[in-house]
Design a protein. Structure first.
Length: 391
């Protein structure tokens, strides 16, 4: 059996690097989404506001808040006190009717700007303090319950109770209205996970870029094709994320939510909480498409050569105008902010560096392909040349 030729081994190494870079890009994308969704207070507050603004979710939250108020107000007991001895028999029916009306009232209140602002403040305060704890810093004002970290919805419940007219009749109970976020015995593991997510989100991104760059560098004679293949890989990762978002969401709802009335709310919550993942996927598709276009513009096709030939005078004689135009277009893209990468310093730095390197390589390729040619000397003549007389 003949040994593999060096070119075959190099090709195998190149495509192995492309596959590894693709898998790393997929992992890095999921890590970035996890970090920003769970550890970014602004993103958490934004998604939380969108959750309460969704009608399906607000229906479930309204019922939960009414249940909390019932636990603290003991509505039926107060009805027994208010009704006469003859009418006390209808207190259970009256309590159910009151609960039904209360759910509608709570739902309407949660849709107001006052409730939305209170919800945002509660989530922002709790999440900022939670991140502080998970990063191993001072806990500050975060409330704990038996060593666990909790989200206190007491102010929101109190605001709803005020709307229902039962604010002064709530029983004091330090447990009601609080949601346990992290248990005390899970806190250390959560802190380790946070540190790992922060580190991986950066280094996996850099590793993916390095693997793609190394693959292109090693592909001598086929660099343009490998560059376009890298763009296709990035686009593929974007579509995989969109498909996973849809399929996993449906699987979670159908498998773990047994109550049919809760499924619309859980489905809406999944789509809202993974909206950032969809944005990352769309950004990857856009970046991959840009890489494919870059490979085409540097290719041997007639349209690509015509574009390069047309830009030769600009590249050679008007470099200042060319670079100014590139900077202007880049800043305009940032102002538009079509992808999440243009809204973060880390992503912005990488995007700017790759754009600058790609544009400069394209300019140098064009100048090598169409070198400056010296014009042939021209002589003017008005008639036939005169012969010199012989000596």
């Amino acid at each position: 059996m003949n040994a593999e030729s060096p070119s075959t081994k190099r090709a195998l190494a190149v495509w192995t690097l492309v596959v590894l870079a693709t898998l790393t890009t997929l992992t890095a994308s999921l890590t970035i989404w996890t970090k920003r969704q769970l550890l970014d207070t602004n993103e958490w507050t934004k998604s939380s506001s969108q959750l309460l603004a969704d009608r399906n979710i607000r229906d479930v939250v309204s019922q939960k808040i009414v249940d909390l108020i019932k636990q603290r107000a003991d509505v039926q007991k107060q009805l027994n006190r208010a009704l006469t001895s003859r009418a006390k028999g209808i207190s259970p029916v009256a309590a159910v009717a009151l609960e039904s009306a209360s759910v509608g009232t709570v739902n309407s209140f949660l849709g107001t700007a006052q409730a939305q602002a209170l919800w945002r403040q509660t989530n922002r305060r709790a999440h900022a303090a939670l991140v502080t704890v998970l990063e191993g810093k001072s806990t500050g004002p975060l409330e704990t319950s038996k060593g666990g970290v909790v989200l206190d919805l007491g102010p929101l419940v109190a605001g709803v109770a005020k709307q229902l007219g039962v604010a002064g009749r709530l029983k004091t109970n330090p447990v009601n209205g609080k949601i346990l976020l992290v248990r005390s015995n899970e806190l250390a593991n959560a802190q380790h996970a946070v540190r790992a997510i922060r580190i991986l989100s950066v280094w996996l991104t850099l590793l993916a870029l390095a693997l793609f760059a190394l693959a292109v560098f090693l592909a001598r004679g086929r660099r343009r094709g490998v560059l376009e293949a890298s763009g296709v890989s990035v686009v593929l990762v974007g579509f995989i994320l969109l498909i996973v978002r849809r399929m996993v969401g449906d699987a979670v709802v159908n498998t773990y939510v047994s109550t049919e009335s809760y499924r619309p709310a859980i489905r809406s919550a999944w789509l809202i909480e993974t909206r950032l993942l969809a944005n990352i996927a769309i950004a990857l598709i856009a970046y991959g498409a840009a890489v494919i276009v870059a490979g085409f513009l540097g290719g041997p096709s007639q349209p690509a050569r015509a574009i390069r030939r047309m830009l030769v005078p600009v590249f050679r004689q008007n470099r200042a105008v060319f670079h100014t135009t590139v900077v202007f277009l880049f800043l305009a893209t940032l102002a538009w902010g079509p992808t999440t990468g243009t809204q973060r310093l880390f992503g912005l730095t990488i995007l700017a560096a790759l754009t600058a390197i790609g544009i400069e390589l394209w300019r140098r390729q064009t100048l090598r392909e169409f070198p400056l040619e010296s014009a042939p000397a021209k002589t003017l003549s008005t008639g036939p040349a005169k012969r010199k007389p012989p000596r």
